[in-house]
Design a binder for this molecule. Structure first.
Ligand code: E4P
Length: 214
């Protein structure tokens, strides 16, 4: 399973890249805005650090505009993946970008039927937003399970990204459902790393070692 970090914060990206636990990065306009920095600078800096897939979002409305915007975004580097909205225009753009060899991450996917259409259109990745579904009282992970089953049934090329992750349990459930990727915010990676019993164990070993060391 691959982990992407879901942020535009360069320090967090460096931290987890250096620990060897992330394979790529996903951003969106909200995350870039939250960084308080200019898009082009942020993406160039991320590309300096991360030698794996970096998703950046195209925000145009028509298929033609999405294709032109995506071509420009792809110039940021060999690892750039273009996030394309799950719309009729987005599917048309996905098909054309796939023919051009530009990798796509069809985003804002909330049902297995949307995921199936995105895969048919040639999406490299489909991002299923489990947290936003949970927020509305649905079971977001059910969509990951269904999509995973369908992609396996037909040996489809698209990879599932479980996105909109709210807690470590989402990551474990995504792994059990066969999601190829989980894109995880830094705060959740922090929670996945730490455990109070690890801290207790370290404190006890340190205390006992102080008693016996020469
Ligand atoms: C990643 O590709 C998504 O944009 C992100 O996971 C959305 O997360 P949110 O629902 O917490 O905004």
């Amino acid at each position: 399973m691959e982990f992407y970090i879901d942020t535009a914060e360069i320090e967090a990206i460096k931290k987890y890249w250096d620990m060897g636990v992330i394979d790529g990065v996903t951003t969106n306009p909200t995350l870039i805005a939250r960084s308080g920095r200019v898009f082009s600078e942020v993406v160039a800096e991320i590309a300096e650090v991360v030698k794996g897939p970096i998703s950046v979002e195209a925000v145009s409305e028509t298929a033609e505009e999405l294709i032109e915007e995506s071509k420009k975004l792809a110039e940021y580097g060999e690892h750039i993946v273009i996030k394309i909205p799950m719309t009729e225009a987005g599917l048309k753009a996905t098909k054309e970008l796939s023919k051009l060899g530009i990798k796509t991450n069809v985003t804002l996917v909330f049902s297995a039927s949307q995921a199936l259409l995105a895969a048919k259109a040639g999406a490299t990745y489909v991002s299923i937003f489990v947290g936003r579904l949970d927020d509305k009282g649905h079971e977001g992970m059910d969509v990951v399970w269904e999509t995973s089953q369908i992609f396996q049934n037909f040996d489809m090329d698209s990879k599932i990204i479980t996105a909109s992750i709210r807690h470590p349990r989402h990551v474990i459930d995504a792994a059990k459902a066969g999601s190829h990727v989980a894109t995880v915010p830094p705060a959740i990676l922090d929670k996945m790393t730490a455990h109070p019993l690890t801290d207790d164990g370290l404190a006890r070993f340190a205390a006992d070692w102080a008693k016996v060391k020469a």
